[in-house]
Design a binder for this molecule. Sequence first.
Ligand code: SAM
Length: 327
Amino acid sequence: MNPQEISIYRNPAKGSCKSGLSYHCCVRTSLPHQPQRSQLSQSQLNPNDPQYRSLSPFRYPGGKAFLSAFLADKIPEAAGDRHYAEPFCGGAGAALVLLKAGYVQHLHLNDADLRIYSAWRAMLTETARFVDRILSAPVSVETWHWASDLIRGASKGTYDFDLGFATFFLNRTSRSGIVVGAGPIGGYNQTGRWKIDARYNGAGLAERIKWLGSVSGHISLTNEDGLTFLHNSLTRTPVDHTLFFVDPPYVHAGGRLYLNAMNEAKHIALSDILQDSKLKHWILTYDDHPLIRSIYSRQDIASLDVTYSLQNKRKEKEVLIQPTDLG
Ligand SMILES: C[S@@+](CC[C@H](N)C(=O)[O-])C[C@H]1O[C@@H](n2cnc3c(N)ncnc32)[C@H](O)[C@@H]1O
């Protein structure tokens, strides 16, 4: 995603400008590049820099890697390790940039979708096997059908390596990175201009996965509902040293881009947790919906244009919300 296409601007309408499965990686390795935060400033972090551009193994519609410089500036100061958490992590693009650039030393990634969780867990804990599979699996419509059959209906259950690889494969080879409900790039007969391997550079993807494996000791991974994750974070995460970046599914979901395990009651419950609990350092992005403007009316709301499709440059109006005392 190109950050030049994004604008963050203040909302003139506002007066003030403003499941239960859990897995934690336990091997702790050194980050290859870990500058002190004092050596860095927001302007030095350019998510479009080639070293940060392609960290996430996923293509995610509306992915938020482009916000990483903004988020870097919001990370709370800490004498020791700085932590960063995403309760709805998806492709976790911003999280990986912040880890690689040394702004944070520990990531807490969570996604309720077993398929996404399995892909992350397979990459982080069975790295060599995952890399072998990337390099050996034929990038073909046959493999696409195998993956599609495997993931159908598999949003709940337990971790499975093949489920994780199938999810990754579909994300890389389906139109717009949509895992369920989109056909292969180039069509079933491969008559389109782009072919199924257009977004599947095996060697490059293998390098991304190897890097993930090398920093897996700095990443905790869970497969919980986002609200449960936030509740649990109050006791298992050093919340005073943790920035929570919350990017839930839209209130008004236009299409089935990814799992949406939220309803209106849950959107309201999420706002209660964020606004009334001990979580002080949070940033939230949402679709620009009246419900959201209403339940977060006490907070600082800015507008955000987010590119959703790289092909037709489709943009969505989102809002970026932060506690009034964080801005
Ligand atoms: C908007 S996407 C996050 C995109 C991410 N910020 C990125 O940059 O790639 C929302 C994610 O939330 C997950 N999800 C949906 N409902 C959830 C829930 N109730 N709890 C936790 N995760 C959920 C989906 O599987 C999806 O990956």
